[in-house]
Design a protein. Sequence first.
Length: 563
Amino acid sequence: MTGNDDYIIEILKDVGLIKAEQIEEARSQAGADKSVVDVLVETGVISKMEVLKTVAMQLGMDVIVLADQEIPPEVIKQVPAAIARRYKVVPVFSNDNTLTVALADPLDIETLDSLRYILKRNVEGVVASDEEISIALDHHYGRVEKSIEELLGQKETGNISVNMGNLSDESETTDSDAPIIKLVSLIILEAQRNRASDIHLEPMEKRFRIRYRIDGDLREVENPPKRLQSSIISRLKLMSGMKIAEKRVPQDGRIQINVGGEDLDLRVSTVPATHGESMVMRILSKQNLGLGLPKLGFFADDQQVFEKLIGLPDGILLMTGPTGSGKTTTLYAILNHLNRPDCKIITVEDPVEYQLSGINQVQVREDIGLTFPAVLRSILRQAPNIIMVGEIRDFDTAEIAINAALTGHLVFSTLHTNDAPSAITRLLDIGVKPFLLASSIRATIAQRLVKVICEKCKETYTPSEQELLPLGPDAAQLTKAPLYRGKGCNACSQVGFKGRKGIFEVFIINDDVREMIFRKVASDELRRRAREMGMRTLREDGLRKVVSGMTTLSEVLSITMGD
């Protein structure tokens, strides 16, 4: 309620619970991380429950004691665990089309509006204390996070060691830094234990928020005190080789760390924000590089086609999809599969995400003129067998990559398009000559990531007609086999999913398609021809994986477009 401090104080003053001199005294003690209302509660002038009841009464909301409520499991299931934890609400009643949730701040209208949008139904609020909501969340959804105090109270933080280059981890620190070092290590350790792909450290006005991206969704964890914000950011900047004193411009860095015997690369980025530096750490685990094609999400038939494509002696293979769709991970898994003593592989990346032994990796540095085209021109004189270009962004990069493919190299790269056939028209749009493109390109593969159903709480269910409606005629294939979903358990943090795999759309370029490229036909016509040739769309591949029990129908529908 700190964001509405003045409004709350006026209400408390009007009903006679606090006096003007008490308000002035509290204002003198308030600060950036402590509001006037917080001071009044801490000094015993008024209790937290009195504040809640008074504000709730003014807004016409009820105050309840969650411990006295018997909430049926079917009501709890109406709000997914991730949503309940994110907004810190507990569903308590449900009738007709209205769901009632308990929240700690009666003035938080934004949360109720967000829930109405997400849940697609009317949501009303009742008020409960912050402590009761935390206990209820742990009770009904499972306790998955530990508080900062508990984490700092642990004797061991696991086997964590940091490679800081020429810097000595111990020589740069003092005894007073030890709690911060431990806390930073624990933040990284908890992210690794929860299979997070990113750690977001975000300075807010009154708090310092930490969120983990797990299976594509951001989940907020226990926030450290606001007063530790600058110390935590400084520690991480030191570890990643950034300039600690520079807070006005964005910076990038890297941390190499071993957590519990697993080597992790953390790609660190900071940007100056209103209330401090916002930092994101992308966690790159080398375990992902050893994934076989089936573990990436390929079924046996697609795997045979894919192995044939990556075994070609020359040509271009393009992975397409939006940011975060797993393109780079798939390409690295392919390079790891092809990495042999008799094969020279060179990559050109911005930035180098995974560091692979036996592969020559070049980091693009535009500030010194080391651009994608400049590096590509140089590495062709290195006589590589396979070239990986991190991303084709412009005509110069595309032209050199195509010339490399035409001179006997196998080239892998990525492109940002929505589907596989659109990659052709995208390259033509940026100026690539049709005859060069038709002669060099071998296939384009579109990719998305879908969440995998948790094996510990997997159950069968019958989809409703409403769920099947978007599928049209394709719905028939889903009525012949049982469908699965995860009901939520402690192993998956009550969300029903654990891990992600790919769904794919493989567009193989044959003579008919080459002739269409010569004529510069539109992407719709290319897609129609690809379907006639038997190309399976992203949605169709996703539905196969729904039938196999890998993922859910709602997950596939949410990330694929209808044909």
